[in-house]
Design a protein around this ligand. Sequence first.
Ligand SMILES: C[S@@+](CC[C@H](N)C(=O)[O-])C[C@H]1O[C@@H](n2cnc3c(N)ncnc32)[C@H](O)[C@@H]1O
Length: 279
Amino acid sequence: MIDDLTERQKRETYDNWVSRGAAWDANADRMQKLARGLNQPLIEAANIRAGQHVLDLASGAGEPAMSIAELVGREGSVTATDLVPQMLAGARRRVAEAGIGNVAFEVADMESLPFVDDRFGAVTCRLGLMYVPSPERAAAEARRVLKDGGRAAFLVWGPHEDNTQFMVLDRVLKQVMDIDPHEGAFTPTRFGAAGAISAVLSAGGFAEVEERELRFSPRVDPAVGFWRPQLALRLGERLQAMSEADRERLDKAMAEAFEAHRDGDRIQLQAHARVGVGW
Ligand SMILES: C[S@@+](CC[C@H](N)C(=O)[O-])C[C@H]1O[C@@H](n2cnc3c(N)ncnc32)[C@H](O)[C@@H]1O
């Protein structure tokens, strides 16, 4: 019974990300500034240094794997992994275009890693752990493939109500398109509560665990339609399948909904993420 449920959740997650692969690839380059803000605390928490061999889980369209590759340098390497080949396609393209030579790719489920014990100096995972049926098993796998003294760091979103973009996006999608924000097996803010990510790492067998809170308050220009990449990443192929009129209706509703957060000529957003680190 439990295995059936797990299987169904995994399949649903897989299909969902397959449909989003092209949108993540198309938007990855323009999201690079956001990527840097999220990468830095994750890289610090994992204590990544030049020359290390690092495993990145759920690499998607390539971050933080690409930034880590630069940091570890030619003596080091990054193994970028993801459950979904269509998500890794963006990472492969971007790594090739940037001429980065120290990234290897592998399609891999983080709940069952195809690597021997004690292989990596550090493990990272940015915004991926929330999508697995058993995050504790994923944490145990990260611990298994870590060398003694290495650290595994997982970045997750904080509570839903602390993330303006999720709040607005979910409300508008429900109102305008009748799309249920909680459809799919798991929500991005699954580990939003303080202590949630530490509990997963402890259950995965890490002896020492620490959790850090990250808060951002970006002021963004409404004229540039800053919500469009988020819509594309969330809806994937579904956005393409909508009629032009529906897309316009959605876009207008997003613009109007963000007006509630206007401060002068900018929209004031709030974002809350958390880093859990185990060693
Ligand atoms: C929000 S994206 C994060 C991608 C990238 N790390 C980033 O921050 O831009 C979540 C990723 O988790 C991947 N994923 C979901 N379940 C997974 C699993 N069991 N093992 C590995 N990756 C998984 C998805 O395919 C997707 O690429």
